[in-house]
Design a protein around this ligand. Structure first.
Ligand code: ATP
Ligand code: MG
Length: 185
């Protein structure tokens, strides 16, 4: 029998590494498979509502991530596939998220793009503003981003095309979801 248990694909990396870009691409790909609608949790969107009022101190970022992980866990319990896109700068926060969702129900995906590449992309103009002193606690600039120590998949989004990265992510996700079905089948 096919399992109804959900799974979380948690994408993390610097601002500009491609979390939003690849989560939308993955959501689109998964939604093509009947019965696999994916819930998307993007840091920017959560800060507009559920996490409104939280800032960018380590404490507030941790609280932001805790809430996101709790929502993801509820999604998993309802059998949903959840795609989460959060910088998740600290290794302790990655471990917290993993333990809230449950190790077997989450795949941590590191989007590796060097700070210089993200700075050149500067999608939101944040790096430019940070250089001019206009952004406090800019990750990688004035706020820590721990090197990724343990992850289930690493994608070189700083070096390859969007199509290449999307292909790897979708293949990994399909494999992970297929395995989940087989294991419980
Ligand atoms: N291989 C790739 N994967 C993803 N994005 C890529 C890739 N190559 C280039 N890009 C570009 O990099 C940018 C990534 O921006 P995106 O908004 O997705 O980053 P983000 O990680 O969500 O940042 P933030 O934390 O600020 O929300 C986009 O302009 C995208 O077109
Ligand atoms: Mg984003």
């Amino acid at each position: 029998m096919e399992s109804t248990s959900g799974h979380v694909f948690w994408l993390f990396g610097l601002s500009g590494a491609g979390k939003s870009t690849l989560s939308i691409a993955l959501q689109r790909a998964l939604n093509e498979t009947p019965g696999t609608a994916a819930l998307l949790l993007d840091g920017d969107r959560l800060r507009e509502g559920l996490c409104r009022g939280l800032g960018f101190s380590d404490l507030d970022r941790t609280e932001n991530l805790r809430r996101a992980a709790e929502v993801a866990r509820l999604g998993v319990e309802s059998g949903l596939v959840v795609i989460a896109a959060f910088i998740t700068p600290l290794e302790t926060q990655r471990r917290m998220v993993e333990s809230i969702v449950g190790r077997d129900s989450i795949s941590l995906v590191y989007l590796a793009a060097a700070l210089d590449v993200c700075r050149r992309r500067d999608v939101k103009g944040l790096y430019g503003r940070a250089a001019a002193g206009g952004v406090e606690k800019m990750t990688g600039v004035s706020s820590t981003f721990d090197a990724a120590q343990a992850c289930d998949l690493r994608i070189e989004t700083g070096a390859e095309s969007i199509e290449g990265s999307t292909g790897k992510l979708v293949e990994f996700a399909r494999g992970r979801l297929g395995k989940r079905r087989r294991v419980s089948g």
